[in-house]
Structure formats: structure tokens, C-alpha cells
Design a binder for this molecule. Sequence first.
Ligand code: SR1
Ligand code: MG
Length: 390
Amino acid sequence: MDSKTYKMFDQESAADYILGKGFFADSREPLVSREIGDGNMNYIYRISCGEKSLILKQAGEATRLSSGKNISRKRNQREARAMIRQNEIVPGSTPKVYLYDEVMDCMVMEDMKDYAVMRQALLDGGPLWDSFGVQIGHILAENYRQTSDVQADHIRKKYEVKEFINPELCEISERLVFDEPIFNLSGSNRVEPENNAYVEENIYVGEELKKEVGKLKFQFMTSSQSFIHGDLHTGSLFINEEGVKIFDSEFAFYGPTGYDVGNIVAHLLLAKTNALLTDRNEVVDWTEKQIRSILRIFTKEAAGQKRKPGKDAFEKELNQWYIRNILADSAGYCGTEIIRRVLGVAKVKDVQSLERRKRCQAERMLLEKGIDLVINRKNYTEASDFDSII
Ligand code: SR1
Ligand code: MG
């Protein structure tokens, strides 16, 4: 294969590429290559050689979900850099990146085949490890502590804001999270017919929700508070008894801290709603417990940052104020994420896999929660304030 010109892999050329890069050089067994991607954006190949395997991820010109929409393939480079940075902040929190190729716009990384993707694991009823919430809360707090101006070196931070600027992927979120679902811009919003009148009345007509979502969007576009994953849902998490690995970091940038916190809480609420409507009490209890842990650990650890030398006691007070605002932002972004996953184009299995009558119920329950979280987000400034929506 010509290695100087970009070409999209197929299963065979993906395996040739891996061999050409010297992986599995000592092995005599043949390589087996399979495209296993089921996300919205990229192509994922698992290349196995006997017991060993690795993942080759390549960005195509268009996304898989909305073909025709081109997004720079350089997103793959940003993703590799983001994963490396994430691993510096909390070692072991993402799969290892072995190689990044700027010509093929691909990367080779650790295969987490002994882990389950969390969204599916929750739909299947487990495994449910209690350390999950504590670990995610810790990772979110460390991101905040190490990359926000509260503790990070302010000069380095500004260079990082520049390095991780991510205009095209942010544009996807600006459109898919804040614009299309609320204004039905593309006309592609869908809910079950019984919910159309509710959506019309509570989302499309009236200004209050639109105004509040507009403020959250503006903050998403302008606040470089800390390094965030930018798409922290249960489909971006691997889980097993050893812990959690965060992947799919192509949306990462310096943005509002509460965006990540709100996103993961939103997806646990989506999982909980599914479990509730399918009478899986164990999963219901587990998701509630994990949301509480995430918010409690995040709040506690984020507030416990080391004081910068030379600063006075006001620093601590300022950080408390900062965290209360982050929790309110988290509530808002939790709300926008719930609304867009029910109504918008990037729907989730937690709702879609329910039988029609229950899907109808789920949509309604979730939209009510989402709207409340956006409009009343200022009432959610402490971890325990979220008890009412959990
Ligand atoms: C075209 S991409 C649609 C969605 O998938 C990603 O995971 C992001 O959440 C994006 O909004
Ligand atoms: Mg993704």
C-alpha cells in the first residue's frame, strides 16, 4: 500500500497496514481483520493475531451518520493528542495510543476487548461495578484541577486552549445539541406521535427554553474553563472490574467543565429510565447511586485543590463559588443532552430499544426532566440538589 497518500482502509488493507508498521512482527499466525465500528463518525478495525489484538481507528471524509457532511479528517490527530493528554492527567484513564499517522488519518491503540461498552452493558443488566461513579467523579475533578486556571499554570493553559481548539467538532455539538433539537431546524426531530403536541407546546412555542439553551450554547462556545472530553456518554466508556476507560475523545477541547459532568449524568438518567420501564430495579438503583457518587466525588475533590502559593484565603472561597456555578452548568448541559438524545438526530438505544408504548412514556418523562434542568439550573448548585431529578 502507498503510504504517502490517504486512502480509506478496508479489512484487508487495514491488516496490511498493521503488518507494514511492524506490529505482530514476531508472530507466525495469520492476521484477522474486522470492521467493528458502530458509532456515528469513524471506522474501527480490530486486527487480531492469535490471542493478541489491537485497534486501528480511521477517520473518513464524511461521518457515518450524516454522509455528505465533511469534517476534516484531522479530527483523528486531535483525538490521539487528547487521549495522550487525558492519560497524563489521570494515568490509565484511556486506552494507550501506540501510533498516529498524519497521512492515513488513523491511529493504532490498545484493544479493550476485556471491557464492555457501558451503554450496552447497562441495557444487558450489567456488569455493575460500584467503583464506577467514584472513578468518573475523580477523573472529572482531576481534569478540572489540573487544567483550569484554579490550579494550572495560566500560560501553559492558554497554549493548550490553542492546541486543542476544535472548531469543526464543536460546530457539530453546537448544531446537534443546541440548535436543531430546540428549533427543529432540519425538520428531522422525531418523537412518538402522542408526544408531538407536548413538544410543540413546551419546546417549539415560547421563548424561555430557547433563551436558556441559547445561553448554554454561548457558554459552550466561549468558555475555555478546563480540558473536557466533549462527548462523555455511556457509549464513550469501557468498563470492567478493573475500572473505567474513556475513549472516543475526538470532541475534546477547552470548554465548560459542566458539559462533561452534565453529559455523563444525562446518559445515566437515560439508562435509568430504560431500566425503570423494563422493571430492572437493580440497574435503577445502581444508576442512582452512581450519579450521586459522581457529583459528590467531583464536588469534594474539585474543591480540594492545592492553593497556589502566594494567594490568600479568598482563593478557597472563589473556588467554592466556581464549583457551585459548574454544578448549575452541569444541570443545564444535562438537560440539553437529554432533550437532544430524545428529540434530535443522534438518538440512543436506551430510548429506541423500548417497545413503542414505553418509548412514548420514556420520551415524555425525559423531556420533562430535561426542560426543568435547563430552565431551573440555578437551583442545582450542590450535589444533593440533584436528588430531586435522580
Ligand atoms: C454526526 S455525529 C452525531 C453524534 O455522535 C457523536 O457521538 C456526538 O455525540 C455527535 O453529536
Ligand atoms: Mg463518539
